[in-house]
Design a protein. Structure first.
Length: 112
């Protein structure tokens, strides 16, 4: 099992969700997050004063998938979210030791 985690622009979520559904991925967890990387936020004017906003709004997607599907999921996410602009996001894959469906007690891939 693998956990695919993606940090994306909020406006890319719909396209990514549609692409993942077309690929056969039906479950994901979405969390609204904020952070920065190379772009380091931006400056806005508030009541006449320049204010630096260090954190930008992002969306974190987490998808649990069988190990042999992980890189296909990464490709789908990257293709759907890529605009070519700074801040498109990042995707990484982590190993998952075990999964358990609480309701039934199923384990492993059957729990996904």
């Amino acid at each position: 099992m693998k956990l695919v985690t993606a940090i994306l622009q909020p406006d890319a979520v719909d396209q990514v969700q549609i692409a993942l559904h077309q690929h056969g991925i039906n479950g994901m967890t979405l969390t609204e997050v904020s952070g920065y990387a190379r772009q380091r936020g931006h400056t806005e004017v508030y009541r006449g004063d320049a204010v630096t906003i260090d954190f930008t709004d992002k969306v974190k997607l987490e998808i649990l998938t069988p190990g042999d599907e992980a890189w296909a999921v990464v490709t789908v996410i990257c293709d759907a979210a890529r605009t070519g602009s700074v801040g498109d996001g990042k995707v990484w894959v982590s190993p998952v030791e075990e999964t358990v469906r609480i309701r039934t007690g199923e384990r492993g891939e059957a729990a996904v």
